[in-house]
Design a binder for this molecule. Structure first.
Ligand SMILES: [Zn+2]
Ligand SMILES: [Zn+2]
Length: 341
């Protein structure tokens, strides 16, 4: 496909789509009913439906009977860990192998003109972004993901969390399924904004931001503290009346759902003439500029707080003005604290 019909490429080979990054037409005023109706299919397909189905599959084929989960034992916990690790490997690798190993679409629609393997850096373990990101995903990402899963399943199995059944509460639980991405967005925004405060950024979140040019393996490349905060989204289902399948959907939404935002391409080509939007631009801009787009745009919190960047020159100017104002405030505070001679 000719990506230049949909965007432009600068001298360094970086691609920018013509269509600015946008937020979902949901939590907006005045409402835009027509845009909302057009947006609905993209809310379900393909990812949200896929992650719900994967949660169902786990429930039926991977997660042990309730009686087993009433007692902690290495057997079922390690089985969960192994299945999660294999699933992460294949899901992440599916994107990685097509776009970054075989490079089936070259750098068409690729935001950053370079591939991570072309730029070894000391910030990464073994100077390799791919190896570093992969090791972090498996050494702390999957274990902490599994830990959160074990805590939630044990709590349900032992009656510590309010467990509603789909048979008795189909409407409420159906609505709760629809809200899972909203819970994720709210939780992700809050913890993400928190770890962008200076101390936590330096010691925790900078690990994730080492990948300025993110690729699929960057999705779970985080400090263990960030993994803990990130997967804690599933704990909402221990407080609100819910069901373990929906709690697993919340977990899969976080664990598997991190990939599309880090895919690094604006569109993924399926055939010579067809491609699907990745919706990765918002989070790509976050990796590029750091202090914009803390959320993924389902709830337009960044717009409300003035930190949204849609990739346009105008947004660039606003970001620079914010940065200068912040610097001026910091200088004024420093000057106020310095005793006069
Ligand atoms: Zn990221
Ligand atoms: Zn960040």
């Amino acid at each position: 496909m000719d990506d230049l019909k949909y965007g432009t490429r600068d001298k360094r080979g970086n691609y920018s789509p013509n269509q600015p990054a946008g937020t979902a037409p949901v939590f907006i005023w005045p409402p835009k009913p027509l845009e909302f109706l057009k947006w609905i299919p993209s809310y379900f397909l393909p990812y949200n439906a896929l992650f719900f189905l994967s949660a169902l599959a786990w429930w039926h084929w991977v997660i042990p009977p309730v009686e087993t989960m009433q007692h902690l034992a290495w057997g079922w916990v390690l089985k969960l860990f192994a299945v999660n690790a294999v699933a992460v490997f294949f899901w992440y690798f599916a994107f990685e192998v097509q776009l970054y190993v075989r490079r089936t679409q070259g750098n068409r629609f690729k935001y950053n003109g370079k591939f991570p393997s072309e730029t070894p850096s000391d910030v990464f373990w073994f100077k390799s972004q791919n190896l570093d990101n992969m090791l972090r995903a498996f050494l702390s990402g999957v274990p902490i993901w599994t830990g959160a899963q074990v805590i939630v399943l044990s709590a349900f199995a032992n009656g510590y969390a309010p467990w509603l059944t789909f048979a008795a509460n189909p409407v409420y639980l159906g609505l709760l399924c629809l809200v899972v991405p909203v819970i994720h967005e709210f939780h992700f925004f809050c913890v993400h904004r928190l770890i962008h405060t200076p101390f936590l950024y330096k010691w925790v979140h900078s690990v994730h931001h080492n990948s300025i040019n993110p690729s699929p393996w960057s999705s779970l490349s985080m400090h263990p503290v960030e993994h803990l905060l990130y997967f804690a989204a599933t704990f909402y289902h221990l407080i609100i009346p819910s069901n373990p399948i929906i709690a697993m959907y919340q977990l899969h939404y976080a664990g598997f759902g991190a990939v599309p935002g880090h895919v690094g391409f604006d569109k993924v080509e399926l055939t010579e003439n067809t491609a699907v939007d990745s919706h990765a631009y918002i989070h790509y801009l976050h990796h590029k500029y750091f202090e914009v787009n803390y959320g993924d745009g389902l709830i337009p919190i960044d717009k409300w707080l003035g930190t949204f960047h849609d990739g346009s020159k105008q947004a660039d100017e606003q970001m620079k003005a914010r940065y200068l104002a912040k610097k001026a405030r910091a200088n004024a505070q420093r000057a106020a604290k310095t005793p006069a001679k």
